[in-house]
Design a protein around this ligand. Structure first.
Ligand code: FMN
Length: 268
């Protein structure tokens, strides 16, 4: 596959994977791609833990689902991220960023305008939305054949020094390599970040994975092969929209937005 095709097709998988295990050869290729990323002074600050043990995956799935229910029902999730939620295509077309909640169960649709109010939160809780979403997230994680923990060598992350920025930037490059490689291999990938949002829950995962003190667990992903037909979860979003070049590229100085590219090769 051409690299540009892979870049254009790369996306986050919100739905289920096939139950088939990820072949060892594919695991090796994914981690080779990660290790090929650029890093400050070739320090390679990343470490990875590949998780296939069903019991460990079940436990992480439980923590993830519970964290989602908790942060959605106490409002912290919506409070933190409300600038990114879109509830109509018109809003998405205007902002060209964020997450468009374009699949909602019918009883919820009339209330999208109230999601961020106290009344809206009470209503959502009464309708059991956080519970439903948490249970769905738990099922999705539990049904994943492989989880990938991404760790940062703490000695490369020295707060107050440029090294901290460099090392995190390098981790991003490594993960993008993994993400792009999933496209080539017919796989999908999704970040499991709710346990980071709920106090204390990330530490449970750190303990489960026996992450040593000299490493920081930065992220956990779920991976697997994609089914031929992707069924969308009951509540789902899409985020394939991108800004126009004129909204994020400047020419020579930051005073001059790029002109003339918006009509060509416009991202979906
Ligand atoms: C740091 C970071 C955290 C993310 N956390 C989540 C997450 O918790 N759940 C999820 O489904 N996607 C997560 N994503 C994926 C983004 O939502 C996604 O990349 C973005 O909406 C663009 O969609 P796309 O990847 O399908 O192009 C995360 C991405 C990054 C880079």
């Amino acid at each position: 596959m051409e690299l540009l095709d892979a870049i254009r097709r790369r996306k986050t998988t919100n739905g289920a994977f096939l139950p088939d295990p990820v072949s060892e050869e594919h695991q090796r290729v994914l981690l080779e791609a990660a290790g090929r990323a650029p890093s400050q002074l070739n320090s390679q600050p990343w470490r990875f833990v590949v998780i296939e043990n069903r019991d460990t995956i079940r436990q992480i799935a439980r923590i993830s689902g519970e964290s989602m229910t908790e942060t959605m029902s106490n409002g912290t999730f919506f409070e933190r991220y409300k600038p990114y939620f879109r509830f109509s295509q018109a809003e998405m077309d205007e902002k060209r960023s964020g997450m468009l909640f374009d699949k909602l169960p019918a009883p919820l649709r009339p209330f999208t305008g109230q999601v961020f109010t106290r009344r809206g939160q009470t209503l959502m809780n009464a309708l059991g939305v956080p519970k439903t979403l948490g249970a769905e997230n738990r099922r999705l994680v539990e049904g994943s054949p492989l989880l990938l923990g991404v760790m940062l060598d703490r000695s490369e992350y020295r707060p107050g020094e440029l090294s901290s920025f460099y090392s995190v930037f390098s981790m991003g490059a490594a993960m993008e390599n993994v993400w792009l490689t999933t496209v080539e291999l017919g796989m999908g990938i999704q970040f499991i970040s709710f346990p980071m949002e709920a106090p204390g829950r990330w530490d449970e995962i750190v303990e489960l994975l026996r992450v040593p003190d000299d490493l920081e667990l930065m992220a956990v992903y779920r991976l697997g092969y994609l089914p031929p037909e992707q069924r969308r979860p009951a509540i789902d979003w899409s985020s394939s929209q991108r800004r126009l070049a004129s909204q994020y590229v400047f020419r020579e100085t930051c005073d001059t937005p790029q002109r003339g590219w918006d009509e060509q090769g416009r991202p979906a």
